[in-house]
Write a protein that binds this ligand. Structure first.
Ligand code: NDP
Length: 296
C-alpha cells in the first residue's frame, strides 16, 4: 500500500522556515512585500488570490492586492506593472492568470521585472532554469521536488516520467528532475504507449489535468507518484489525474488530492517572495557607498 506524501504537513514545515526568515529580515529592518494583480471576476482566481493573501498574513509578509475590473486595458495593466517594478517597497509581483481575452498574457508576464517575477514565468527566469542558474523556481514544480525529496528518494539515475508539457508545470518539472540527474521522459496528448512509458517510471509526475488518467496498471510497483492534477469529479469534488483507488495498492508513495501538491504551490510562492526581498536588499546594499553599508 502506498505511503501518503502529506503535502499539508510538509508545506506547514516549510512555511515555518519562511516565517522565521521573514522575522529575521524584519529584525534587520527589511520588510517583505508581494503585490498581486487580478483582472476580472473569475471565481477560481479570486479564491487563489485570497489564499495567497492569507498565506502572506500568516507569515508576516505584506501584501498588496490590485483587483481590477474585467474591462481594464492592457495598457493600464502594463502601467501598473511598471509602477510596481519601480516601487522599492514591492519585492514580488504576481499577475493572476488567466487574464481576460483582450489582454495579451505574454506581454504582461514579460513586463514584470525578472527580479520581482516570483512565479518565475518571465523568459529570462525560464532561461535561467534551463541552464540551472536560477534565483526562483516555478512554484508548482518546486513544490513537487520538495515532495519527492521528502520520501528520501534519490532522483539521480532514476527513470522519471512527466505527463504534461505545459510551460507552467510539465516542462520546468522535467528540467528540475534533469538537473538532479534523473533520466526524464515527457509525455503529452500525442504520446503513444502512455501506459507503457508510465510503467517504466520510478518517479511519475502526472500533470495533464485529466481526472483518473493514470490508473494502477500504469504504475511501476513501488514508484513515487506525484499527482499535480486538480480536476472536478462528477459530484463537483476535487480530484487528481491519478486514480487513487487503483494506484494505492501499487505505488510506493502517492500524493493525495487535495492535500498534496496544492498546499506546496503557495508555500513556494512565499519562499520566492522572501528570496526576491533578500536579493533586492543585497543589490541595494552593494550600490550604497561602503561607509553607509550595513552587514550583507
Ligand atoms: P495544461 O492544460 O496547460 O497542460 C496539460 C498538459 O497535459 C498538456 O501538455 C497536454 O498535452 C497534456 N495532456 C492532456 N491530456 C493528456 C493525455 N490524455 N495524455 C497525455 N498528456 C495529456 O495544464 P497545466 O500544466 O497548467 O496543469 C495541469 C494540471 O495541473 C491541471 O489539472 C491543473 O489544474 C493542475 N495544476 C495544479 C496546481 C497545483 O498547485 N496543484 C498548479 C498548476 C496546475 P498537449 O501539450 O499535447 O496538449
Amino acid at each position: 500500500m502506498a505511503q501518503r506524501i502529506d503535502g499539508k504537513r510538509i508545506s506547514a514545515e516549510l512555511r515555518e522556515q519562511v516565517r522565521r526568515e521573514v522575522a529575521l529580515l524584519g529584525g534587520q529592518g527589511i520588510s517583505v512585500c508581494l503585490a498581486v494583480m487580478i483582472v476580472g471576476e473569475d471565481p477560481a482566481s479570486k479564491i487563489y488570490v485570497r489564499n495567497k493573501k492569507k498565506a502572506c498574513e500568516e507569515l508576516g509578509i505584506q501584501s498588496q492586492e490590485y483587483a481590477l475590473p474585467a474591462e481594464t486595458s492592457q495598457e493600464a495593466l502594463l502601467d501598473l506593472v511598471e509602477q510596481l517594478n519601480q516601487d522599492p517597497a514591492v519585492n514580488g509581483i504576481l499577475v493572476q492568470l488567466p487574464l481576460p481575452a483582450h489582454i495579451d498574457e505574454k506581454s504582461v508576464l514579460e513586463a514584470i521585472s525578472p527580479k520581482k517575477d516570483v512565479d518565475a514565468f518571465h523568459p529570462i527566469n525560464v532561461g535561467r532554469i534551463m541552464i540551472g542558474s536560477y534565483d526562483f523556481l516555478p512554484c508548482t514544480p518546486a513544490g513537487c521536488m520538495e515532495l519527492i525529496h521528502s520520501t528520501g528518494t534519490e532522483v539521480s539515475g532514476k527513470r522519471c516520467v512527466v505527463v504534461g508539457r505545459s510551460n507552467i508545470v510539465g516542462k520546468p518539472m522535467a528540467m528540475l528532475l534533469l538537473h538532479e540527474s534523473g533520466t526524464v521522459t515527457v509525455c503529452h496528448s500525442r504520446t503513444e504507449n502512455l501506459a507503457e512509458i508510465c510503467r517504466s517510471a520510478d518517479i511519475l509526475v502526472a500533470a495533464a489535468g485529466k481526472a483518473g488518467l493514470i490508473t494502477g496498471d500504469m504504475i511501476k510497483p513501488g514508484a513515487v507518484v506525484i499527482d499535480v492534477g486538480m480536476n472536478r469529479d462528477g459530484e463537483g469534488g476535487l480530484c487528481g489525474d491519478v486514480d487513487a483507488a487503483s494506484a494505492e495498492p501499487v505505488a510506493g508513495w502517492l500524493t493525495p488530492v487535495p492535500g498534496g501538491v496544492g498546499p506546496m504551490t503557495i508555500t513556494m510562492l512565499m519562499r520566492n517572495t522572501v528570496t526576491a526581498a533578500r536579493l533586492q536588499w543585497r543589490q541595494t546594499a552593494r550600490a550604497l557607498p561602503s561607509s553607509t553599508r550595513q552587514g550583507d
